[in-house]
Ligand binder design. Structure first.
Ligand SMILES: C[S@@+](CC[C@H](N)C(=O)[O-])C[C@H]1O[C@@H](n2cnc3c(N)ncnc32)[C@H](O)[C@@H]1O
Length: 296
């Protein structure tokens, strides 16, 4: 049975909760496992019927997922909150917790001992951002509510579904554990089509990824890729061309609307989001991105 939590265990910028709920859920529920090659907060893998294998290059992300193996994590987070915030949410208490966490973090990285402090900070911080600078976690107080249930639920899922998270690049995933018949691979890479590139994702990373997806597809694996044709004033021409051979769907936009946007893409609000897949029957209620798509 699918447990629908919508969100991952922690907030993450670029997470796919909204897109999962509106578009991906229906298709992904048809598969036994969903393998998430760019994990982030892992919305899809936690919601999959039977988990999946996942990778992320960010060690902080991976440590937060691994911490969920501890059945008592939510209790430890509650204890941190009780110790540091005796009178409820307070900025100076938050700053003290952040100093104490960073002292440990700077000596030992994220450990079993300090990860409950990080979960507490994350939930209370401004926009619940996961952001580290040279001196450690550096997000200011955000006066958010603590939600220990979210941690308890995800810890249960992590331990009961077949979820495996590894630190590393998407192309290091061993394909032996992925079923061609019953599973789907979900890819949600950083966007190259952006004037404000982040995470060091560049054009050659993008080209390598698209080639890798072609190989997966040619070898019989089902994939779903989330991406943008244009984002914050930049077009991803390579992706647009590449996607013509697959089933490519626009999210909330007609073909004519995107075609006119892509030809005049100077406006930074012109984000065109797409879902690209080699599953011919998927997402057919969404508009096609290419008028005469040559779908697989
Ligand atoms: C857009 S986010 C994924 C968000 C995720 N779908 C969610 O719902 O939270 C992209 C993720 O890819 C990770 N990443 C960047 N390069 C990677 C690579 N070569 N292999 C695996 N993960 C990578 C980043 O650390 C980031 O967590």
């Amino acid at each position: 049975m699918v447990v629908s939590l919508n969100k991952g265990p922690f907030s993450y910028s670029g997470n796919k909760s909204r897109i999962w709920k509106m578009y991906l859920r229906e298709e992904m529920c048809k598969y036994d496992r969903v393998h998430e090659f760019f994990l982030g907060s892992g919305v899809c893998v936690y919601n999959a019927n039977n988990g999946g294998v996942a990778t992320d290059k960010d060690p902080h992300v991976v440590a937060l997922h691994h911490a969920l193996q501890d059945k008592q994590l939510h209790v430890k987070v509650e204890n941190v909150y009780r110790d540091y915030f005796p009178n409820g949410n307070d900025k100076s208490c938050y700053n003290k917790l952040r100093i104490d966490f960073n002292k440990e973090y700077n000596d030992n990285g994220i450990t079993e001992q300090n990860v409950p402090m990080l979960y507490t900070l994350l939930q209370l911080s401004f926009n619940s951002l996961l952001r580290f600078g040279p001196n450690g976690y550096n997000v200011p107080f955000g006066n958010k509510n603590l939600d220990v249930e979210r941690i308890r639920n995800h810890s249960e899922i992590f331990r009961n579904k077949n979820i495996s998270v590894k630190l590393g690049s998407y192309d290091t995933i061993e394909l032996d554990s992925i079923s061609k018949e019953n599973d789907v691979i979900y890819l949600d890479p950083p966007y190259v089509a952006s004037k404000f590139q982040y995470g060091g994702w560049n054009d050659s990373d993008e080209a390598g990824l698209l080639k890798h997806i072609d190989t997966l597809s040619n070898n019989g694996y089902s994939f779903i890729l989330s991406n943008t044709f244009s984002h914050r004033g930049a077009n991803n021409d390579r992706l647009i061309e590449w996607s013509r051979k697959y089933n490519t769907r626009l999210i909330k936009m007609t073909y004519n609307a995107w075609a006119s946007r892509v030809s005049s893409v100077s406006n930074e609000r012109n984000t065109v989001e797409v879902i690209i897949t080699n599953i011919p029957s998927a997402f057919n209620d969404l508009p096609q991105a290419h008028q005469r798509g040559n779908h697989k």
